[in-house]
Design a protein around this ligand. Structure first.
Ligand SMILES: Cc1ncc(COP(=O)(O)O)c(C=O)c1O
Length: 398
């Protein structure tokens, strides 16, 4: 499938130009110029299967015709309409999203990114509880802005920027007794991901989120579930918390919610929503009609098709395929739906590079886990192609 070109000159030239004006934070290796479904093409015409999807963002795949049409039509109608003014498409989007939320968690603030959604949830928690302390999990990732960074475990991200605004009591993810010992009547929020994504694709053990709910209630604290990576169908349910049947006080979402158009959202109960004084929070771009139209187009795919059942089916196929790879390098496969981690017994960085060279785009989750978060529309044949290439790359290094 990869069509090697005689030189990589177009891509290399693009990367050099981007690097000249970028902030220098990344070692970019390839420049993409086009996508279609699960496939991406780089500047030199090479084709890739995208199992990264902008890190779980391109939920409907690239250049999805109904998503593209919704964006196009909205752009021709109205792009700008801030949240202090009403708007038809935003209203329709809020109604459709609220219908997908746990019962009673149906008041929604719209923002522009995951970190911004988490920031908003922390302000709302402070307004609702009058408390500041957060119980968050080791290996967790909440984003890079200062409030969200407070809850982000990775020391190299966090420590250079301390002091951070929210004091955090860290617990071991999945350990109920640690939660029991840590949550107190000073806790404002228990903040948890249903599957730790950046932290290595660790799924919350059965009963863990329910126990967090009970402890939050007993302490007068709020339970915030971060569905920024796990939400919008990624795990085979619209929200991953549905696997646990837990009802939080707030859910944060972003990534796949508008299929790639920047968006963030905090869904919350009325009790939480009304605790914020009027004008106590806001954002210029949040809830703009363009993002709302894109979000609505994504939600319609769930309403009109069998996308969740599809995710469950192809997710099981991808998992079974990865599990069947007979390589001594593999430690385990874990995850849910189309959020899967292949843990190796060694560092994965060289394999992520080798997979890219073999035409499969993936991303690591920590040092030893290869993460697969492809578009939700990936089909069986594409899954089999991915698995065959992963097997070849792992075997090549034996
Ligand atoms: C669980 C989780 N929360 C928050 C964020 C931050 O989102 P953003 O990068 O849009 O700020 C991410 C991003 O990877 C995430 O995975």
């Amino acid at each position: 499938m990869i069509e090697p070109s005689s030189t990589q000159s177009v891509g290399h030239a693009l990367l050099a130009r981007e690097a000249a004006h970028g902030p220098g934070l990344w070692a970019q290796t390839v420049a993409f110029v086009r996508g279609q479904g699960v496939r991406l093409w780089d500047a030199d015409g090479r084709e890739y299967l995208d199992c990264m999807a902008g890190i779980a963002v391109a939920s409907l795949g690239h250049a999805h015709p109904r998503l593209a049409a919704a964006i196009h039509e909205q752009a021709l109608r109205l792009i700008v309409c801030p949240q202090n003014l009403g708007n038809d498409v935003r209203t329709a989007f809020l109604e459709a999203l609220a219908a997908r939320m746990p019962t009673g968690v149906d008041r929604i603030f719209l923002a522009n990114s995951g970190a911004e959604a988490n920031e908003a949830s922390l302000k709302w928690a402070l307004a609702a509880t009058g408390r500041r302390r957060v119980v968050a999990a080791k290996r967790g990732f909440a984003g890079r802005t200062m409030g969200a960074l407070s809850l982000t475990w990775e020391a190299s991200y966090r420590e250079p920027f301390e002091p951070l605004p929210y004091p955090v009591d860290w617990v071991s993810y999945g350990d109920e007794s640690d939660l029991e010992a840590t949550v107190s009547n000073e806790t404002a929020v228990i903040w948890l991901e249903p599957i730790q994504g950046e932290g290595g694709v660790h799924v919350a053990p059965a009963g863990y989120l329910q126990r967090a709910r009970e402890l939050a209630d007993a302490a007068g604290a709020l339970l915030v579930i971060d569905e920024i990576q796990t939400g919008v169908g990624r795990t085979g349910r619209f929200l991953a918390l549905e696997h646990a049947g837990v009802v939080p006080d707030m859910v944060t979402m972003a990534k796949g919610l508008a299929g790639g158009v920047p968006i963030g959202a905090v869904a919350m109960t009325s009790a939480v929503a009304t605790a914020m004084p009027k004008g106590g929070h806001g954002t210029t771009f949040g809830g703009n009609p363009l993002a709302a139209a894109a979000g609505l187009a994504v939600l319609r795919e769930f309403d009109q098709g069998d996308l969740l059942a599809h995710v469950e089916r192809v997710g099981q196929r991808l998992r079974a395929g990865l599990e069947a790879i007979a390589s001594p390098k593999v430690r385990t496969v874990r995850g849910q739906g189309l959020m899967l981690g292949l843990e190796l017994k060694e560092k994965v960085a060289p394999y992520v590079d080798a997979l890219r060279d073999a035409g499969v785009l993936v991303i690591n989750a920590g040092a030893t886990v290869i993460r697969f978060v492809p578009p939700l529309v990936i089909d069986e044949a594409e899954v089999d192609e991915v698995v065959a290439r992963v097997a070849r790359v792992l075997e090549a290094g034996n």
